[in-house]
Design a protein around this ligand. Sequence first.
Ligand code: SF4
Ligand code: SF4
Length: 509
Amino acid sequence: MKLWSFHGGIALPGHKQESTGNPLRTAPLPRHLILPLSQHLGVPAEPLVSVGDKVLKGEMIARPGGFVSAPLHASSSGTVIAIEERPVPHPSGLSAPCIIIETDGEERWTTLQQQSDYRQLEPATIREQIRQAGIVGLGGAGFPSYIKLNPGKTVRTLILNGAECEPYITCDDILMRERAEEVLQGLLIIRHAVQALHCIVAIEENKPEAFHSMQHALQHFSEGANAIEIVSIPARYPAGGEKQLIKVLTGQEVPSGGLPIQLGVVCHNVATAAAVFRAVRYGEPLLSRIVTVTGSAIAEPCNLEALTGTPVMELLATCGTDFNVLEEVIMGGPMMGIVLADHEVPLVKTGNCLLTVRRGEMEQHPTVMPCIRCGKCADACPVSLLPQQLYWHARAKEFDKIQEQNLFDCIECGCCAYVCPSNIPLVQYYRFAKSEIREQQEQKRKADLARRRHEQREQRLAREKAERAARHARKKPGITDEKKKAAIQAALERAKASKSKQGAPTDDV
Ligand code: SF4
Ligand code: SF4
């Protein structure tokens, strides 16, 4: 298959073999599960349980809070002992509402609905099952998967992303090595749901075992195999970025601010496909994931299959972490991960890696120097942005200008900061600018809403006044029909004039 290349990107040391040298293990059942209501992009889920309730494994304990949202399920059986704010893995380091379950050690399941042949199901039914199962993009984005399964356009190419381009992270590699058939079955279900014509599984060339395992599994597929191509792509960070992967595989560029479906393409992560298979075939909601536990403070780097909600500290302890030398834990990889402000946080659906850093291992706050306009950041940017321009605008808080430079196309991959000889923490500036712009937009939205509601109220009061006047005119003794009509007409004219002065109404209040 012909491959293309994307602009920029960097070659990074992989550090993959540290964790792939050991087999996949299952993490022990924790005493307490901490389940944040927001483990996905969009609106947080809303609790369906109260403190003291007994819950079964797989039982829905929080429903989706809106269209872009996902439900939450009990990862094991036990008792709800609290619904309260707890530290969660988030760049802000803030706490967020969580449901806390004390496990009973029995792992008693709720009733699950199994389906032996997904082809008997309508695409809409599959989408609803995936929604009910709480499946979100497991590559790290956390976007509710059912939305991407309803593209509303013809899907020519369905891409399964097994690139896993960021250093240290190997959870998808291990999944493809050990559960290739589940991944491919999930791919066929997604293909059925979106009615895709052609499927490509993309794996970076530094994962030969995963590639061969997937090839081997595909050979034993009797149905759908002709529509699936497994492709090895060059290892270059960030080849696993959605837009970069589409460029590599199709030669097409997703337009600025656009979505892959505009090109007839839909992308899902390999772990998401495996979760889709388990949800449709066995009725299992998303309760666990594979997480890479690695880095210099770990005695036995490996991949663990762990229940979501398991405290990170327990996962670190399972892999023999030397807590005496532990300085930092990053959830995710070294380029795009977040430094955990609190190690008491739980594993969440999007937590693909726990990367430990020993004391003194990282250079402490390298000296930041002025930009020398060398242009290396622009050469490295995989989105063809001008990182140094974004930096200047962010520093000057020129938020209009920075948006003209397509700030929101920035995927925060960190390539620019990695190559910058002046050690400028460029991505931090972009995150700051994005959050400021979002805050301003939210303030504007609230102000617009308040103005519209005020206008609608004024209109309603004017209309009621006119109607009262009309009623009063009708009741007056001795008044002629002509006078009545004239009074009503005059009142209506006044109401109409007031309405046109204030603009077109929307919802009443
Ligand atoms: S790489 Fe750093 S020093 Fe060079 S232009 Fe970009 S921001 Fe400036
Ligand atoms: S962080 Fe943003 S600006 Fe920097 S290289 Fe990545 S996409 Fe480009």
